[in-house]
Design a protein around this ligand. Structure first.
Ligand SMILES: [Fe+2]
Length: 235
């Protein structure tokens, strides 16, 4: 039998198309992926390693200006996007952080490829109509490395998160379904935690209710672009 030479990232793209294909249908109000297909996607993503994308941690200072202030703290390597899902890799410099943000009506899957990240996840709770303020629940603070299973989010659960590189540079694959789309109420919003109890880097013993203030994109955070040089992906 001929060996299957399809690159793992191509298999992941094909499987993501299947898993999330009904997320936008009108009778799927919760935007849920198809359970069996989603299990298969999880297991493919779980097996992904940096080498599958020809990706290696960038050494600090290996290129002139690599760590200069003019370089973005975070870069995004776009792999593919369809109306169903988007997929790419975020690369974080040592100590860099992606500020707390949301993914309205979206599912997400995050798989660390190198380094280690801390992810703080919040749920939005129903709240009175106060502009720019939302009641939320700090669900967890967890660390992920290449040996960890993917970190998941849904429209209802763990939909807001803050991601910080720990102890050096880090990179993770990011799949979002459906993709961000400001024309369809799926814009990215940034938040600041108002109550100090939820700013700790420690995981809470139980879910903690807190208030979040919507803020403009923080000045210290911006995201540059980087060309993807892994195996070609077609969807
Ligand atoms: Fe995110």
């Amino acid at each position: 039998m001929p060996r299957d030479r399809t690159p793992l990232i191509q298999k992941i793209a094909q499987q993501a198309s299947l898993s999330f294909k009904d997320c936008l249908s009108e009778d799927n109000g919760d935007h849920k992926p198809l359970p069996d297909q989603h299990e298969q996607l999880l297991s493919l993503v779980n097996a992904l390693r940096a080498a599958d994308l020809k990706l290696a941690p960038r050494k600090s200072g290996s290129r002139p200006g690599t760590d200069g202030a003019q370089n973005p703290p975070v870069t995004y390597m776009h792999i593919c996007e369809t109306p169903v899902f988007s997929m790419g890799v975020f690369l974080l410099r040592s100590g860099a952080s992606i500020p707390l943000h949301d993914h309205p009506g979206m599912n997400g899957m995050l798989k660390v490829l190198y380094g280690k990240v801390s992810v703080r996840c919040f749920d939005k709770l129903d709240s009175e109509d106060v502009p720019s303020l939302c009641r939320s629940m700090l669900r967890c603070v967890s660390e992920y490395s290449p040996s960890s299973t993917p970190c998941l989010l849904t429209p209802q659960r763990d939909n807001l998160h803050q991601i910080q590189a720990l102890g050096g540079p880090a990179a993770f694959l990011d799949i979002l379904a459906p993709p961000y789309d400001p024309d369809n109420n799926r814009d990215c919003h940034y938040y600041r935690v108002l109550q100090p109890s939820a700013t700790s880097s420690e995981a809470p013993e139980r879910p903690e209710e807190t208030w979040l203030l919507e803020i403009p994109q923080p000045e210290e955070f911006w995201c540059g672009g980087q060309v993807y040089s892994g195996p070609p992906v077609t969807v």
